[in-house]
Design a protein around this ligand. Sequence first.
Ligand code: SAM
Length: 96
Amino acid sequence: MKFGKIYHENCIDTLQRLPDDMIDMTITSPPYDDLRVYNGYIFPVEEIAKALFAKTKPGGVVLWVVGDRTVNGDETLTSFKHAFAFREAGLTSTTR
Ligand SMILES: C[S@@+](CC[C@H](N)C(=O)[O-])C[C@H]1O[C@@H](n2cnc3c(N)ncnc32)[C@H](O)[C@@H]1O
């Protein structure tokens, strides 16, 4: 893989080609709550969380920008589901 090159592809494929403990910081705003049209695409947050955990250096950072849709006055709590997926994968709010 080349530094400074944009890989327009499924991030799972990109992460699989990276060595472990390589990433210093990830900043991303993934899909959530069908706020955009994804034609039934299910975003594999658990799989991506596991891959990001493996590829992020000890002390590395993941900035994951998601929100919650409000449906009938109630929030979906998708952001919480994503947070728990990262916790399950091994990331914590203090250390990697
Ligand atoms: C919430 S949008 C954010 C896009 C951009 N950051 C913006 O502000 O316009 C989520 C983006 O993630 C992309 N995406 C969804 N699943 C992906 C995947 N597995 N790998 C890479 N990109 C993905 C979608 O195509 C979409 O462009």
